[in-house]
Write a protein of this length. Sequence first.
Length: 332
Amino acid sequence: MSHNKYAVNLKEIKLDIDNQEFNKVKIFFDNTNYQEINDKMKNGFISLKIRYLIKMNNIDSLFDIIQNNKLMKRDYILFTIYFYNIDKSITIDIFKNKIINNYKLESSDIDKLLENKCYDIIYLLNNYFVNCSMIENIKNYDIFSKYFIDMDIKQKIFRFYKEKLKEKYINKLISKIHDIDCIIDGGNISHMNGGKCDYKYVNKISQIISEKYKNPLYIFHNRHKKNLKEFLKTVTHFITPVNEYDDYYIILAMILSNKPIITNDCFRDHIFDMFKNFDTIDFKIKNYINENIINYNKTSIGDENKYSKCIQIIENNIYIPTNNGMYKVLIY
């Protein structure tokens, strides 16, 4: 049988499952050798077989597939929803080991878990950064916490930057971050005029910043130093060395101090560079950096995030971020 024939058959089998033509589906799986299928089609084959086995309540065969194959996230989610009310402990174990450590959950995944009331699964996602598509249903936001990365992750990031930066400059930066209340991306505010270097905005933006923050730390690359001599006399600042990225020091200062960065940069390249050197998928770092960035314009700066837009478990209630707030799951 050709690979194209298999492709046609998979589409037909999907329709047969949708139409509950299970006799046809059984004949297909009984007579189709998985090993002969083109590698690009194997995932589709497994997905359809899982759907079929769920319809047939064939638990033994389902477990055989789960244990002996690396599945797509959607298939693990499908199994989780199906098996949740059969054996929660097994479902939780599979969710922990097969999904959380290997895939990034999306809004649609959370919606499916909510729709099927898989609350014990969502409980596992405390501090997980993901939205749902539900409508905000609470008014009091004082109950929520701001997420801070733990010491193990901080040490991991510190080691990452220690290999890239000179130790004497790292120590100098550390000496500057005591008692600061924010970090200013000096290069970014120097180039806010359409990307052109224009130092008149440095004084203007600093005046706006001073209305909210009493002890900001300005970080500038060495190339800006000679043009900002008078300004630098008036503020706490750190000058990064020649031939090193100032962004490295900005992110490191934020990680070590837990203070926000005022910038219109999002540091995507640096975050990607960081992740390439880590051995696990850790989206906490990315979200921690993102939520500690405060954007600005020529007349104002944004507000600091008072709480983390991640799933939060408070007094056994589940709170999940929405597009514009938080959604409380009522547990009865």
